[in-house]
Ligand binder design. Structure first.
Ligand code: SF4
Ligand code: SF4
Length: 66
C-alpha cells in the first residue's frame, strides 16, 4: 500500500528527510529531476507514515496518504 506520495520535481537533494527517517525507508533514487538534483524514493514497505519526512522537507515534497 502506498503511504507516502512524493513530488520529486520539487526535491533539491538536501537529504534532510533521509537523515530523519526512523525506519531508513528513504533512499537515493539514482535519478535526477529537471532541476538537476538526485531525488529520493520511499520504500513503502518500510514506511510507517510517521510524518517526519513531511515535517523536515523544506520543499513540500511529501504527502501522507494514510
Ligand atoms: S528533504 Fe525534501 S528536498 Fe530534501 S532531499 Fe528530502 S525530499 Fe528532497
Ligand atoms: S513517513 Fe516516516 S517512516 Fe515513512 S518515509 Fe517518512 S520519515 Fe520515513
Amino acid at each position: 500500500m502506498q503511504k507516502i506520495m512524493t513530488e520529486i520535481e520539487r526535491c533539491k537533494g538536501c537529504y534532510l528527510c533521509m537523515a530523519n527517517c526512523p525506519k531508513e525507508a528513504i533512499h537515493l533514487s539514482g535519478k535526477v529531476n529537471h532541476k538537476g538534483y538526485e531525488y529520493i524514493e520511499v520504500d513503502q514497505e518500510k514506511c510507517i507514515a510517521c510524518g517526519s519526512c513531511y515535517q523536515m522537507c523544506p520543499d513540500f515534497v511529501f504527502s501522507i496518504l494514510v
